[in-house]
Design a protein around this ligand. Structure first.
Ligand SMILES: [Zn+2]
Length: 109
């Protein structure tokens, strides 16, 4: 069972209380962007086997969107954080690096 702590209301929410929102930290492209950039924004996802950043909504709770860092292979959760970030916060990256030495994401570790 997936259990994620909502960073807004502090509740440890079961998966049935949450709605998935796909990959987090997508770079949005709109008017003025190339067709390739817009195509990648719509269709290209990382889908890693390992550390992944996801969007979740506390649908049956406070209703807010947040991000979760977890391992898709082991289902280990490294942490959750508010959705108002363009990249994972340092304390989340430190928690991942502690358990997955050498881990990197888009040049960050
Ligand atoms: Zn909540």
């Amino acid at each position: 069972m997936l259990l994620l702590n909502c960073p807004y209301c502090g509740v440890d929410a079961e998966e049935t209380e949450l709605s998935p929102g796909g990959e987090a930290h997508l770079t949005r492209h709109g008017p003025g962007s190339s067709e390739e950039e817009f195509h990648d924004y719509l269709f290209t996802r990382e889908n890693p086997r390992g550390v992944h950043f996801e969007r979740w909504r506390h649908a049956h709770g406070c209703g807010k969107w947040f991000h979760a860092a977890r391992c898709t292979q082991t289902l280990e959760v490294f942490g959750t954080y508010t959705a108002q970030t363009s990249e994972p916060p340092q304390h989340i990256r430190d928690a991942i690096s502690e358990k997955r030495p050498g881990w990197q994401w888009r040049g960050l570790s």
